[in-house]
Design a protein around this ligand. Structure first.
Ligand code: SF4
Length: 366
């Protein structure tokens, strides 16, 4: 690349306010909060008791970029599988605990890096205190995962009048319960399936607490709808500097959650995600199968440095302009395709050779 003209994203406009300062926690070597990067996480959807399948999914998520992976510990089989899963995972793991606080104790014994407890269903305060004492002993942080759909009944009335206020109040009460036994190594999440409530709750919490926040819209939906709803809430919060770690919860392959998370953070200028693939939306002028080509380029571009830009343009209207602004660009004509490299016309090829040439040109950008 030396001597070649660099294109990249050097003139990006800053979309987000500086991060709201939070205290930092350490999850198996991964820092969350403070000046740590905003972490991207997901959750396995396998039966945790099936250690091999779970480990396979953890590896897929890690390959996609997951920095933390949560898995449910919901029964005895899951607890029994945990030691092997933890031993063979290179990614810090978070045990998701509902209803049964004993499974939190089992997870700690197995060496889990973090617990997520749902205060709405874990039971009385003594159980939470018992878990906190064991976590303190092991140096393991706890996320207090408040969820609008499973709030304790003591918040019912408040929730009916002020849903976001109930999420905040529940989180504050749990933080206090843990603090009373000397436990301060916490993160919180204030989730709802309503993006507006998530924004309201997280904003209000950030004004009164320095506990790091995990952002998410729960039960957000399928790939397209769920990503849109999640990004709608999170981009508002992240633009205000709120949020230390994120999950885009989708009714889809969890790998998509990681990819969507990085695309969002990268678009907001908060993390380097993947190389950017510019693709025209196509119209009646289109001269090549842009949809197919762009999907292929996006797949190949995952291995490129994140500052790279590749443009796939269907005709000569905007094609040359966008292609020139990219590290690599194509603009299709009726029979020929123009290939641009580093802003300059590199060569013109026959349409039939396009796919092969594109793959080779992308390889040169690595
Ligand atoms: S670049 Fe050409 S094909 Fe693509 S949307 Fe624009 S005019 Fe249509």
């Amino acid at each position: 690349m030396s001597g070649e003209k660099q294109i990249g994203n050097s003139h990006s406009f800053r979309l987000c306010a500086p991060r709201v300062k939070t205290r930092q926690i350490n999850v198996g070597g991964i820092t969350i909060g403070g000046d740590a990067p905003i972490r991207v996480q997901s959750m396995t959807c396998t039966k945790t008791g099936d250690a091999d399948t779970t480990l396979e999914q953890i590896r897929e998520l890690a390959t996609a970029g997951a920095e933390l992976v949560r898995l449910t510990v919901n029964d005895e089989a899951a607890g029994e599988a945990l030691p092997r899963i933890i031993a063979q995972s290179n990614t810090p793991l978070v045990a998701d605990i509902h209803f049964n606080h004993k499974l939190a104790l089992v997870s700690l014994e197995a060496g889990i890096a973090k617990l997520r407890i749902n205060p709405g269903n874990i039971g009385n305060k003594d159980k939470i205190r018992e878990v906190a004492a064991a976590a303190l002993d092991k140096g393991v942080p706890i996320r207090i995962g408040v969820n609008g759909g499973s709030l304790h009944r003591r918040y019912e009335e408040l929730h009916a009048q002020d849903p976001a206020g109930a999420l905040v109040q529940c989180a504050l009460d749990e933080i206090e319960t843990l603090a009373a036994v000397g436990f301060h190594d916490v993160a919180v999440s204030l989730k709802s399936s309503e993006p507006g409530q998530v924004v309201d709750a997280c904003r209000r919490f950030a004004k009164i607490s320095d506990v790091p926040q995990h952002l998410g819209v729960t039960e957000a939906g399928t790939l397209l709808a769920g990503t849109s709803r999640s990004v709608a809430a999170m981009s508002v919060l992240l633009s205000e500097g709120i949020g230390d770690t994120i999950r885009i919860s989708l009714a889809a392959d969890p790998v998509q959650e990681i990819l969507a998370g990085f695309h969002m953070l990268s678009a907001l200028g908060l993390r380097q995600g993947f190389a950017r693939v510019v693709a025209c939306p196509t119209c009646g002028r289109v001269e090549v199968d842009v949809v197919k080509l762009a999907a292929k380029v996006e797949e190949l571009a995952k291995d490129l440095p994140p500052e790279r830009i590749v443009a796939v343009m269907g005709c000569i209207v905007n094609g040359p302009g966008e292609a020139k602004a990219a590290d690599l660009g194509i603009a299709a004509g009726q029979t020929k395709v123009a290939i641009y490299r580093m802003g300059e016309l590199h060569r013109t090829i026959d349409k039939k050779d396009l796919e092969e040439v594109l793959v080779a040109e992308i390889e040169r950008l690595k």
